[in-house]
Design a protein around this ligand. Structure first.
Ligand SMILES: NC(=O)c1ccc[n+]([C@@H]2O[C@H](COP(=O)([O-])OP(=O)(O)OC[C@H]3O[C@@H](n4cnc5c(N)ncnc54)[C@H](OP(=O)(O)O)[C@@H]3O)[C@@H](O)[C@H]2O)c1
Length: 319
């Protein structure tokens, strides 16, 4: 598919935070039209001009490609149905991220496989930022596997989905900041480790601690990386610039560190580096910022969809 004729796209889970973002982005995508949009409790409501229907009533064959923003554990069933109906799919849940049935859609690193894929597993939000920060170093053997890579990450509250939960009430999160899933218990860790091994050949230890940040959207990760040799500021920045030369959705900041305002509403990961002074063995701190709903979910799914359909990769996206 090489022209810009409207490709019918089905959206599963369109009433959730990620599904809403998919509808927002698809509304200004010049090469697609929404074939159907589903919801569960919000079925019957209208979102972005689309009447939401139940997922089991979705006319799957009316879509050329199906994007699923259903909860993990639910998504797999509907994605299997879409595949059985002969439709290509991008699953934004965790259901296929460790499965050989899908291509892992970290676009910058798996682009040729995504192009040929029938089913793409869109990466998790935390892993997308961490992998784009770590893979250029891992691929060059610059990470010292005898020491741990420590990832301290903070996400806005939309990362937890739109279903009401007491611990996510405004009165609970506002003006607070807390860690959760400490001690390597977050479900993104296996995905992160598997991708780091597969794409970067790195099998060392990671320590991953997510935090809840009282903003709506955005993730900032502070990644402490033990190095096999000293990298000064210019060399480290040059290495990232070379790794992402020509990549429209990765921005390497020179002499500066990214913050959330560099990435919100954009399909972009912003990276900044700082060699660590006053330590006996070489270390680099990398800061990675991403909008969890865009490059961390809906935007990357559309980037992958564009690659699958042979459309310009950033069509409909602001990087
Ligand atoms: N939030 C993020 O930052 C983020 C980032 C990356 C990936 N993801 C993944 O993307 C997916 C969606 O996340 P989200 O944050 O958008 O979740 P969410 O806000 O809870 O939305 C879930 C969607 O699925 C629908 N749904 C729930 N249970 C269903 C069922 N049993 N059958 C059919 N539909 C059902 C919901 O419909 P109703 O609301 O109408 O009931 C809603 O449309 C998840 O798998 C999540 O892990 C999320």
């Amino acid at each position: 598919m090489n022209n810009h004729a409207s490709v019918p796209v089905g959206v599963l889970g369109a009433s959730g935070y990620v599904g809403q973002e998919l509808l927002r982005l698809l509304a200004r995508h010049p090469g697609t039209a929404v074939a159907f949009a589903t919801a569960e409790s919000a079925a019957g409501e209208v979102a972005d001009g689309h009447r939401l229907i139940k997922a089991e009533d979705a006319p799957l064959t009316k879509a050329e490609i199906v994007l699923s923003a259903l909860p993990h554990g639910v998504s797999g069933r509907f994605v299997h149905q879409a595949r059985a109906a002969g439709r290509r799919a991008v699953d934004l849940s965790a259901d296929f991220r460790l499965s050989p049935a899908a291509v892992y859609g970290l676009t910058e690193f798996t682009r040729p496989r995504v192009a040929a894929a029938e089913l793409v597993a869109n990466p998790g939000c935390y892993p997308t930022a961490a992998l784009l920060a770590l893979l250029p170093l891992a691929q060059q053997g610059l990470i010292d596997a005898s020491r741990e890579v420590v990832i301290d990450a903070a996400s806005g509250v939309t990362g937890a989905g739109r279903n009401p939960k007491r611990e996510l009430l405004f009165g609970e999160v506002a003006e607070d900041y807390r860690a959760y899933a400490a001690g390597n218990t977050h479900r993104h860790l296996p995905e992160l480790k598997a991708s780091l091994a597969r794409e970067g050949g790195f099998t060392g230890d990671l320590v991953f601690t997510p935090h809840l940040l009282p903003v709506k959207r955005g993730i900032l990760e502070t990644i402490h990386i033990p190095l096999t040799r000293v990298l000064d500021q210019g060399t480290a920045e040059g290495l990232y610039e070379m790794a992402y030369d020509g990549e429209p959705c990765v921005s390497v900041m020179k002499g500066a560190l990214p913050s959330l305002k560099d990435v919100v509403y954009r399909n972009r990961v912003a990276l900044g580096v700082a060699p660590v002074a006053d330590v006996r063995r070489p270390r680099l701190t990398v800061i990675a910022a991403i909008d969890n709903l865009v490059k961390g979910a809906a935007g990357q799914a559309i980037q992958n969809m564009n690659v699958m359909l042979g459309l310009p990769e950033t069509l409909g996206l602001v990087c």
